[in-house]
Design a protein around this ligand. Structure first.
Ligand code: GLU
Length: 507
């Protein structure tokens, strides 16, 4: 029988959630849903020095906003909890001790000063940052280099020690990555990583393997930056006797800067003026706020659609996918190997497409929130019509109001200069006479108004454009906006006449 798919998103709560992190979560989620499996959120908080208060709650809120809520997590619980590694602290030591017993790990008593000394002493031009490995190991203070008596003595004196993995001297370690195919590393390229710290807290390397095993994870998808750690993890799976249960790995491509080389960073966002985090993140230490896609006015549907396409496609030219479609189509083997360049204009395009596709009623709901804030009342029927007229013009939700305010309030400013260039007595008479004439129009609807106005303009031998542009400014304040007769219809006869009259008065 095939094992039930179980995948995990395992962030460290160290700050805001970068869009690369959300994409990792999303791919995990889509894979789990596609295969009818479980999606787990595990908080990897073993590095207490990097722990940032509030970051875990923030991660949870981001996932909720994106609609990729985990099945098992610190808050939801589940059969394999706890899901916060700091709360699992007690269970890692026995595994580190098992590795000590079978000779794949050793105790290291070096102080921070001794480690620093080693880095300086063995530094050469060819090796600018010497590592704790097969070469240096013998020169350090550990259970490999010291005699059994010396070790017993140190232990009796309660000397603090860490447990390090004993990387083989020269062994090829291979595995198959679901995206990258066969991967091979020589173990000597990797240092003897610490597995258990002096205070008994595991490091990421030990905890990730133990937890993936205990939580019955079947597939581990994570960022490409973890590829170089994979030999350590593979050896741990092997030496702990669990290799048959090792998850399948996939290392996801990086999200790259729009310009230049390298991974997209928060600094790139600041520099180029776009968000890099899913939601606003306030650094509790500095109070500095990093902008989020949510606050910028992205719809979660557009955000996840855009993220899904940053490194994946279904083989067709389709770009707009609902979450349900993504779930149906997603497969890891169609994730690209190469990094994906982030393109903010494209991100905006996704949002615009999603706003256009939203129902008029949904957009009207957003407009009603704005109107309520401004204490402006309007009939829901009108708001729905306005929504339908303006949604095409809005790439962001915060553009709803600038594109619609004139439906609900008299414009505070008019682009009079644009009217003045061609304003004369003839035009003035045209508008004042049309006001008189329009009082008789009983069906105040856009098509009828349009016909009436255009016929009237033609009867005066005036070019339609020369009359329509001023009319638009009189009603909406500026040259841009939806159809001018739609505006007239929705603001009503009285307000239309009032706006024309008051603008004429200003000219
Ligand atoms: N805690 C690691 C991170 O912060 C997780 C890496 C993994 O998924 O193995 O990204």
């Amino acid at each position: 029988m095939q094992k039930k798919v179980r995948v995990r998103f395992a962030p460290s709560p160290t700050g805001g959630l970068h869009l690369g992190g959300v994409r990792t979560a999303l791919y995990n989620y889509l894979f789990a849903r596609h295969h009818g499996g479980d999606f787990i959120l595990r908080i990897e908080d073993t590095d207490q020095n990097r722990y940032v208060p509030g970051a875990e709650q923030y991660i949870r809120d981001c996932l909720d906003w994106c609609g990729i809520t985990p099945d098992e997590s610190p808050s939801a619980g589940g059969p394999y909890g706890p899901y916060r590694q700091s709360e699992r602290k007690g269970l890692y030591r026995s595994y580190a001790e098992k590795l000590l017993e079978n000779g794949h790990a050793y105790m290291a008593f070096d102080t921070p000063a001794e480690l620093e000394e080693m880095r300086i002493k063995y530094k050469t031009d060819d090796n600018p940052s010497p590592q704790y490995n097969a070469v240096t190991r013998k020169k350090m203070r550990n259970s490999e280099s010291l005699s059994a008596e010396e070790v017993t003595d140190l232990l009796n004196k309660q000397t603090p020690y860490v447990i390090r993995i004993r990387m083989p001297d020269n062994e090829e370690i291979q595995f198959t990555d679901m995206i990258r195919g066969k991967i091979s590393f020589n173990a000597s390229q990797v240092d003897d990583k610490v597995l258990l710290k002096a205070d008994g807290m595991p490091t990421y390397h030990l905890a990730v393997v133990v937890d993936d095993y205990l939580m019955k994870i079947t597939h581990a998808f994570r960022g490409e930056e973890w590829l170089s750690s994979s030999p350590v993890h593979i050896l741990l799976w092997r030496w702990l006797g669990w290799e048959a249960e090792m998850p399948e790995w996939a290392h996801l491509p990086l999200i790259l800067k729009p310009d230049g080389k390298g991974k997209l960073s928060k600094r790139d966002g600041d520099r180029l003026g776009f968000p890099v985090f899913a939601m606003d993140w306030k650094d509790p230490a500095t109070g500095e706020v990093a902008k989020g896609f949510r606050e910028r006015g992205f719809l979660p549907e557009a955000f996840i659609n855009m993220l899904a396409m940053l490194g994946w496609n279904d083989g067709s030219a389709q770009e707009i996918f609902t979450k349900e479609e993504l779930t149906e189509k997603f497969s890891i083997d169609r994730v690209h190997k190469a990094g994906a360049k982030f393109n903010y204009e494209k991100a905006k395009w996704f949002n615009h497409e999603w706003i256009k596709r939203s129902s008029d009623e949904w957009i009207a709901g957003k407009l009603i929130e704005i109107l309520n804030d401004k204490k402006i009342s309007a009939s829901p029927e009108i708001v729905v019509k306005v929504a339908g007229l303006i949604k095409e013009r809005c790439a962001f939700l915060d553009e709803l109001w600038p594109n619609s305010h004139f439906f609900f309030e008299t414009p505070a400013v008019y682009d009079l200069d644009a009217i003045r260039t061609k304003w004369n007595e003839e035009k003035k008479n045209l508008f004042t006479d049309w006001i008189d004439r329009s009082s008789a129009i009983s069906d105040w609807s856009a098509p009828l108004l349009e016909k009436d106005f255009k016929d009237f303009v033609a009867s005066r031998n005036i070019k339609p454009g020369d009359a329509l542009m001023p009319l638009r400014i009189m009603l909406a304040g500026s040259k841009t906006g939806p159809g001018v007769f739609d505006i007239a219809e929705l603001i009503g006869k009285e307000e239309t006449i009032k706006r024309i009259q008051s603008t004429i008065g200003l000219l």
